[in-house]
Design a binder for this molecule. Structure first.
Ligand SMILES: NC(=O)c1ccc[n+]([C@@H]2O[C@H](COP(=O)([O-])OP(=O)(O)OC[C@H]3O[C@@H](n4cnc5c(N)ncnc54)[C@H](OP(=O)(O)O)[C@@H]3O)[C@@H](O)[C@H]2O)c1
Length: 263
């Protein structure tokens, strides 16, 4: 299938590694010009170079903490200076800490809101005016299967990410007349540093080895394994493409069947 993405411009948030990096690489393979961002400049530059050498794509790397509004504004400004437009926004961030309700202070809540909700609000409000002008846009939020089925120990994620779904559905209605399509992707268990971190936390809590936990995390999933980052990226790239022209306001899990609900 020809995805029709050559010369599109994408910002991929939180993309030096993991799901963001896999999505950036997938877009670059389709001829998309990229801005990638994350906090640690050296790791980000290494990723940019890796994507350029694998795909020949233009990659602008801008160091940014997505929980800081002024830094997000800089990412969008530098993207416009470099490419004069932005067609695709992939909202993504790090994951919030693990814990139960009484473990968290109000400041922890504030940080999780800034990282996993306000970052998407800010990025969206910065890019939509450019998309509206060009009557073309794709916004894809990488969230979690927690928005469909709360995950034990991930209270901050279970709560804050639900707001993204409300945001996306509302934006999808408001901006559909401008051909700006907004969708959510919910990873289940995909092999990245985040899963390694969660597996270590669970191993500590349950007095098991890391390998035992990883193997249990895979065998819980109906397809019998943890997913690969590119398996999520494939959906993100499709949703960002010309071919996804009638899909908006949806929330789709990439979880090997892990989510147990009907919808
Ligand atoms: N992997 C899964 O199975 C899974 C499942 C459900 C939900 N999720 C969610 O999906 C998102 C991506 O997960 P992942 O597995 O790709 O994680 P990951 O492998 O740990 O990668 C996280 C990326 O985000 C960047 N990042 C973290 N905090 C940031 C910040 N404040 N500002 C800018 N960049 C930041 C990191 O770079 P720097 O540290 O240098 O900033 C890194 O590039 C997370 O929100 C995670 O909770 C993942």
């Amino acid at each position: 299938m020809e995805l029709g993405m050559k010369n599109r411009v994408a910002i991929v948030a939180a993309s030096s590694k993991g799901l963001g990096k896999a999505t950036a690489l997938g877009l670059a393979m389709e001829g998309v010009k990229l801005t990638i961002c994350s906090r640690e400049k050296e790791a980000l530059e290494r990723t940019a170079e890796e994507i350029r050498s694998q795909t020949g794509a233009d990659v602008l790397a801008v160091a940014c903490d997505v929980s800081k509004t002024d830094q997000i504004k800089t990412v969008v400004k530098e993207t416009i200076n470099e490419y004069s437009k932005v067609d695709i926004l992939i909202n993504n961030a790090g994951g919030p800490p693990v814990g139960a309700f009484l473990d968290f202070t109000l400041q922890d809540w504030q940080k999780a809101i800034e990282l996993n909700l306000f970052s998407a609000i800010t990025f969206s409000s910065e890019v939509i005016p450019y998309m509206k002008e060009n009557k073309w846009g794709r916004i894809i939020n990488i969230t979690s299967y927690a928005v469909k089925q709360p995950v034990e120990g991930l209270l901050l994620s279970n709560t804050v990410r639900a707001g993204i779904i409300g945001l996306a559905k509302t934006l999808s209605n408001e901006f559909a007349p401008y051909n700006i399509l907004v969708n959510n992707i919910c990873p289940g268990r995909i092999f990245t540093d985040r899963i390694t971190f969660l597996a270590y936390e669970r191993a500590k809590k349950e007095g098991k080895s890391f390998d035992e936990v990883i193997s249990a995390m895979g065998s819980d999933v109906p397809v019998g394994r943890i997913g690969k980052p590119e398996e999520l990226a494939n959906l993100a790239v499709f949703l960002a493409s010309e071919r996804a022209s009638y899909i908006t306001g949806t929330t789709i899990q990439v979880d090997g069947g892990l989510t147990k609900g009907l919808m």
